[in-house]
Design a protein. Structure first.
Length: 316
């Protein structure tokens, strides 16, 4: 314990590295973003980040051509981070300037995210108009979770990160995965706006998750399954990651006949039959607790959404 603490303190014994840690307290950042805030060269920033990573104070996550850095999760690191946060609230002019620049970097990130979001929003609006409000889906999923508190929340196909946001007070930690880098940019921006620095997003395939077996005790999958060519394989992967006693919450369309969704919105499936979902969940080693439809807006002819709740036996 003492050796670990000394290693971390030595790594922090340099002004630039203290400044970097103060930035990472506000959420994950790329090397380029840290360079913009500090006004330092890429080799210099990368060297400081490597020293911090070697000391176990930060972690790096490659994502395509980018590399994101965030604070490492450890008891010693968390205590040091709390101390740094207290120091950052002081009147150090250099830290104050860094935080102003960080806000500008976040603003530019938000603008990029908004441009992409506006392009996609028109398509989403048409689909939403055929069924119910997003508020109804969110309320149903929260209700399905009951009063439980969770350790790790995994949101598959996180999109804008909305599920991470609405379950933020129900789980200690949260991670969202998505294949789209554009959507991850949107999600990171939303997490920053909501002040959820401890919620992460990562680029990953929904059928090959970068998480250990049994590591998440809550998994949410909101309007994702219909995009996946092999839904049974995906359910098997989610069951693998789900912890014994954990909860899977899935919201997706019930079977429908809007054939144009395949070409226009790239849906691999036109919704799902309730009995098929029940069978697939059982095949994956999960126990379907309930599969209930939300009534479509306007009654007959609209899209109905199923709220599926499944659990994993404590001894599984």
């Amino acid at each position: 314990m003492h050796a670990e603490l000394l290693t971390k303190l030595k790594a922090l014994g340099e002004p630039t590295r203290l400044r970097i840690m103060t930035l990472l307290l506000r959420g994950e950042l790329t090397v380029s973003e840290i360079m913009q805030v500090l006004g330092q060269s890429q080799p210099r920033v990368s060297r400081h980040l490597k020293l911090l990573a070697d000391a176990g104070l930060c972690e790096r996550y490659p994502e395509g051509g980018w590399v994101f850095y965030r604070l490492a999760r450890s008891r010693v690191g968390e205590r040091l981070a709390a101390l740094l946060e207290e120091m950052a609230r002081g009147d150090d002019p250099e830290i104050a300037r860094d935080l102003i620049r960080l806000n500008e970097v976040r603003r530019l990130r938000a603008e990029t995210a908004q441009k992409y979001f506006e392009v996609a929003a028109e398509q989403w609006a048409r689909i939403r108009g055929l069924h119910f409000s997003e508020e109804a889906v969110e309320a149903a999923m929260l209700e399905a979770a009951g009063e439980r508190q969770f350790r790790l929340h995994l949101d598959v196909g996180t999109g804008t990160g909305r599920m991470l946001e609405i379950f933020a007070n129900r789980a200690e930690e949260g991670i969202g995965v998505d294949l789209s880098r554009e959507m991850l940019t949107v999600a990171r921006s939303k997490m920053s706006e909501a002040g959820l620095a401890n919620r992460l997003v990562r680029q990953a395939d929904a059928t090959a998750l970068p998480l250990e077996t049994g590591s998440a005790d809550l998994i949410t999958v909101h309007q994702v399954l219909h995009y996946i060519a092999q839904p049974r394989r995906a359910l098997g992967e989610w069951a693998r990651v789900l912890a014994p006693g954990g909860l899977l919450l899935l919201a997706d369309f019930e079977s429908h006949d809007f054939e144009d969704f395949r070409a226009e919105y790239h849906h691999a499936h036109l919704g799902f039959d309730r009995e098929d979902l029940r069978v697939w969940l059982k095949e994956a080693g999960l126990e379907p607790a309930s599969i209930k439809p939300l009534e479509a807006v306007g009654g007959k002819g609209g899209l109905a959404v199923l709220i599926c709740v499944a659990t994993k036996e404590a001894g599984a």
